[in-house]
Ligand binder design. Structure first.
Ligand SMILES: C[S@@+](CC[C@H](N)C(=O)[O-])C[C@H]1O[C@@H](n2cnc3c(N)ncnc32)[C@H](O)[C@@H]1O
Length: 254
């Protein structure tokens, strides 16, 4: 998991859409920002560069192991910008009300059982006039070239339904923010596009194949045939994978 998050973080098309979202929020110099579900700290490091030495970034995650990795990976950045990382559940944030200028969750809401509870918590710890921002993929909108379309759709949909609490989370984010009482909600739709089978995309498809076997969606030889199908498409210089990302931002009313 830690390796995959860092590989995604390094992938140029992923870094571009993450940074576009942070600009859309926006996050400014001197601000105090919370990232909920920070994982290995990919976004924490981006945020530290934006808030600078007079601001501060707090990251929380439910996984102690991922946070240990985040502490190591953020050590250098923390020399320039205050960074605090702590274990916590997004559904019960260990912070007083109105403490942050912005609270963000990047590719987290699709994993949580009670998204409204999490967004309400994010709103509670944000100051009036501050921003709550959430960005998620939407696994109902994955397009990928493969010779066997039915098999591809079966694997992509079947795995997503079992792995995420809400595979269509992306399209639901603006409504979620409004339901949590946020106002002036804006939406940024962005697309991850890969035409060369980047290392992160390859790992993503391999994990889909492994999980398809584990969940009984495909047997081992079908999963292997499925992965080999991508190799053929890439060899023909015809590979395309796109995945939609939806970023929604709302303001906490005064
Ligand atoms: C896909 S990762 C995203 C990490 C990071 N935001 C990034 O974009 O690189 C989702 C993260 O959310 C965390 N998470 C999931 N449910 C959580 C919860 N209820 N409370 C806190 N963290 C949670 C996971 O441990 C994981 O690190």
């Amino acid at each position: 998991m830690a390796r995959s998050l860092e590989a995604r973080g390094r992938t140029p098309a992923q870094a571009r859409l993450r940074r576009r979202f942070l600009k859309f929020v926006p996050v400014g110099a001197g601000e105090r920002v919370l990232e909920v579900g920070c994982g290995t700290g990919v976004v924490v490091r981006d945020l530290a560069a934006l808030v600078g030495p007079r601001g501060g970034v707090v990251g929380i995650d439910a996984s102690r192991r991922l946070l240990d990795r985040a502490r190591a990976l953020c050590r250098e950045t923390a020399r320039r910008t205050p960074i605090a990382l702590r274990v916590a559940d997004a559904a019960g944030l260990p912070f007083a009300a109105n403490r942050f200028d912005a609270a963000l969750a990047i590719t987290v809401i699709l994993h949580v059982a009670e998204p409204l509870r999490v967004v309400r918590e994010m709103a509670r710890v944000t100051r009036p006039g501050g921003r709550v921002g959430v960005q998620d993929q939407d696994f109902g909108v994955v397009a990928v070239t493969h010779p066997d379309r039915a098999l591809t759709e079966g694997i992509m949909r079947g795995v997503a339904e079992r792995v995420y609490e809400e595979p269509h989370s992306g399209r639901r984010l603006p409504g979620l923010l409004r339901a949590a009482g946020l106002v002036d909600v804006r939406l940024l739709t962005d697309v991850y596009q890969d035409t060369t089978l980047e290392p992160w995309t390859k790992t993503f498809l391999e994990r889909r194949a492994e999980r398809a076997v584990r969940f009984g969606i495909a047997d081992v030889s079908t999963a292997k045939r499925w992965l080999d199908g991508f190799t053929e498409v890439v060899a023909a210089d015809a590979f395309v994978l796109t995945l939609n990302y939806y970023g929604a931002v709302g303001t906490k009313p005064a």
